[in-house]
Design a protein around this ligand. Structure first.
Ligand code: SAM
Length: 263
């Protein structure tokens, strides 16, 4: 499970970069924006750097990025060099985000995890993940995660969903029901590639885990449809078209826990 991304790094990069994910990135920027200037950021499950170097461009002072896949971290270094991104402010660490670990340069003003919580298989692992967040977040800090939309019954949401956006397209299969939600297999193309496995746990499981881990801030779920990104002008551009398609899909949400009142 932990190294499952090594063999699909380039395919994953291709999908993530070609399908843009305009709405997802705009959402993250709008939430962290008021807090990012000069911030020390911990990015959990940073992958190939889809967010890492943007976090620097948005104003972060430094980033520690952690991922369990050496292939993803290597891809992140290559991407930074080939695209001339600010790698000097970024420190990449190989590690398992489910194990509470005090990372170098902590505690952090912001902990961010894009598509990270959905790898925890159960309440216990999710609680350990939130313990890791709590251990590394300074008092009054901000946690932002991107994950599946909040659901009482992930199976019914999943059955209604369409994840075909992007190239190569995603194929999501139900592997099994587990105590706290469902286990999924996501394939990146339909030609025998194994893809990767992840989980879609219920909303209440996340909320119980965060509290049990000692995070005291209110947990907020910002779902795709509730977000108000109407600042993108309808200019008929491909970016705007993609944005409208993403709005209709409701395929992600932002989980926000602020240990102080939000700006
Ligand atoms: C869907 S990718 C998201 C990567 C990046 N955050 C993004 O938004 O593109 C999931 C990442 O989580 C990493 N991952 C999965 N389980 C992990 C764990 N237990 N510890 C650290 N990284 C993990 C994978 O290696 C992969 O890079």
């Amino acid at each position: 499970m932990s190294q499952q991304y090594n063999s699909i790094t380039s395919l994953y990069m291709k999908r993530r970069l070609s399908s843009k994910h305009v709405l997802e990135k705009k959402t993250v920027k709008s939430i962290v924006g008021p807090y990012i200037k000069g911030a020390k950021v911990l990015e959990l499950a940073c992958g190939f750097g889809f967010y890492t170097y943007d976090l620097v461009d948005w104003g972060a002072d430094s980033i520690v990025g952690v991922d369990v896949s050496s292939g993803m971290l290597e891809a992140s270094r290559c991407l930074a060099i080939s695209h001339g991104r600010q790698i000097s402010k970024v420190q990449l660490e190989l590690g398992n985000v489910f194990e509470p670990t005090a990372y170098p340069n902590g505690p952090f003003d912001i902990v961010f995890g894009g598509w990270m919580l959905n790898y925890a298989p159960d309440l216990e692992t999710l609680t350990q993940t939130f313990r890791n967040i709590n251990l590394n977040l300074r008092p009054g800090g901000l946690f932002v995660g991107i994950t599946c939309p909040p659901a009482k019954d992930p199976e019914s949401w999943f059955s209604a969903g369409d994840m075909s956006l992007g190239e190569p397209s995603l194929i999501a299969q139900l592997v099994e029901r587990v105590d706290d939600g469902i286990k999924l297999r996501i394939k990146l193309r339909n030609d025998g590639d194994d893809g990767f496995e992840c989980y879609y746990l219920r909303q209440d499981v996340h909320e119980v885990a965060a509290k049990a881990a000692g995070l005291s801030g209110q947990i907020q779920w910002k779902t795709t449809k509730e977000l108000n990104h109407h600042d993108l002008v309808d200019d008929g551009s491909p970016e705007r078209k993609r944005f409208i398609e993403e709005m209709a899909e409701n395929w992600f949400s932002a989980v926000v826990i602020s240990e102080r009142p939000m700006k």
